[in-house]
Design a protein around this ligand. Sequence first.
Ligand SMILES: Cc1cc2nc3c(=O)[nH]c(=O)nc-3n(C[C@H](O)[C@H](O)[C@H](O)COP(=O)(O)OP(=O)(O)OC[C@H]3O[C@@H](n4cnc5c(N)ncnc54)[C@H](O)[C@@H]3O)c2cc1C
Length: 709
Amino acid sequence: MADKVIILGGGVGGMSAAHELIERGFEVEIYERQIIAGGKARSIPVMEGEDDHGSKEKHIKALEKWIDLRGPEAPPGGRRPWLPGEHGFRFFPNFYRHITNTMARTPYYDRGTCYDNLVPTSQVLVAQYDAPGIIMPERFPRNLKEVANAVKTMLYTISPRDKIAYEDIEHFFGCMWRIMTSCKERRLDEYERIGWWEFIGAEHRSEAYQKFLAIGLTRSLVAAKAQTASTKTVGDIAVQLQLGIATPEANCNRLLNGPTNLSWIQPWLNYLIGKGVSYSFESTVQEIECRNGRIVSATVECKGETRVVTGDWFISALPVERIAPLITKPMVDIDPALGKLTALARNVQWMNGIQFYLNREVELTHGHAIFIDSTWALTAVSQRQFWKDLDFEKWGDGKTKGILSVDISEWDKPGLNGKKAIDCTREEIAKEVWEQLKKSLNVDGQVVLYDADLHYWFLDPDIVDDPDDPTRQSNVEPLLINRINTWRLRPDAATLIPNFFLASDYVRTFTDLATMEGANEAARRAVNAILTRSKSKAEHCEIWDLHEPDILRPMRAYDEARYNAGLPWDDRFAVAIEAALKMGQDVVGIQKGGDGPLAVMSPIANEYSKPGGLIEEPALTDALRMVGPPQEIFDMLAEYFPGRNLNIPGTEAVEDAALSLMGGADMLDPAHWSSSFAELGPNSVKPETKLQDRESSASKRKITITQKD
Ligand SMILES: Cc1cc2nc3c(=O)[nH]c(=O)nc-3n(C[C@H](O)[C@H](O)[C@H](O)COP(=O)(O)OP(=O)(O)OC[C@H]3O[C@@H](n4cnc5c(N)ncnc54)[C@H](O)[C@@H]3O)c2cc1C
């Protein structure tokens, strides 16, 4: 008989675990509190006729009506008397591998898989109060127009208007470089204990630097705040996002081509149930019993009735603030890490969606928009452009032509109305968000949003009147934030209780960010632990680490050696490699991607500079001229183009460093080099290339790279 696994909570973590387990022959039961599957990733039907705007009381009634109308089963393309709402819009950055792998294994009716429902985005709009927004490219430029746009963005960002000095930009990229070339151990130890704000030196730099590079980046990562977010988390994810942009062939960042439950969650649930998963709605876990060193049961309340459910294995896929109070002393006695969940549960913050249904389509940008000056930390997506196959006439009263889906991530700072979101009524929240959007979009004499555009709005029903203070709001489902030094509070997926596992976004994962990706990776880890402990012969679930560019492996190895020796990070090896490459290039005339550090660091430079690549495109100069770069910027760019000499600073010292390193370190193993060079592309050194003729005498200061025939 198959082992039975009880899964507590039916969000992305719970469903992901069920997916892996049912495909490996386990019996699976999920117990979920809500009447919609998907947890924080769920869509929410909006009954506009109910005039509920999401208020809990009326929303419950609307949901009952939705169930009566067989809402969850409504076939794609059919007429729906409700409008599509979301707990928050869904963004799938291109470094995601776990959740997208699961989606690619989930049939979408008889039309491919749910993965096929992801559509690429190409831009991010950074909108400012009373000033034109900046459109950032979100993928590697594919044509001249995109190249021109990319250059234009860069110019804007460092232009006098936005007051980010060149040295600020250089400093910022220096910080990113430091993260990329730091070993994992240092990131997990040192950088976990430093806030992003401090790490990038925001305090003593310009307001524009703080706004665009400190706050802007963290704001685009869930609800993180620059001052309190761990550098390990923000840095790692920022590197992933940058690598995504810099990689020519990578998938772009993505959104779904329709409401989340329609395009993904409901077909996923259908698939799981079809495979034999039992998914119980309206079933709230109230207690977990641990006896004789094992979990023996969970008590579940369902529509007024209490049930005790038993199984061989138990997975908690509940959010941190819900599992923490269910952890008992016998559980902590076996696994003290579970006792830290109460402290971890304090690290949550509010992030909730509000939707504006418009009388016309308003395309902000082809991707998501960050409202950098909005004190309520708004981000938004104009949905319709991505929901191409959706017939809006068939939704609600048919009058909605566009949807602005907005996330509010700061509830504790005064808005334009002088009030914090938490202190506002639902109506005040909607009004204030709309005003902040208008102030950011209706700029430079242009009107993007008119009041008359607004047909209806809907605020996440998780925002409810605070039972202790009716003048304030309370949030039923906050989101974990990776604050400084909280990794130590986070548990592994496999607990020390032999049959108890955790599969939710707060668990320790490579992803290390409270996201659908993190929840899915945690679920895979929980399932793998069950496979191991049950001695199952089934194949383990795949787990991927974050992408670390091979080309920087020698530098990370160098840093690991320094970290182990208790030394701080330094850049000497990178500069030494730079020197070595340059000298090698001089000797054998290797065609590599440019002369400067960019060539070594980034495939983008290689792509630009390979023969026949963009750099040889005569129209590139025209494109640059089109956006009218000031001469000094043009010169700065030219520094990185091939054919120009770049001075290596402190040549003697770095050559010494290079030679001494090359004398002994096993990072000189040609394998490191070949993979690194391979990553430089077809025009770089061939994989068989070896570092030879290393001269041990620093006095000669000569390193050659020769090619083996
Ligand atoms: C507004 C917003 C926007 C977001 N946008 C993105 C995004 O664009 N991309 C991204 O990757 N991530 C995003 N996230 C984060 C992502 O949604 C979550 O990290 C992820 O969905 C968490 O999944 P989970 O299964 O761990 O937890 P949850 O989704 O919280 O699932 C837990 C489940 O347990 C249920 N539950 C709770 N208590 C009980 C109980 N006592 N008994 C039974 N069931 C219970 C809940 O109802 C829920 O269904 C966003 C989050 C928010 C809030």
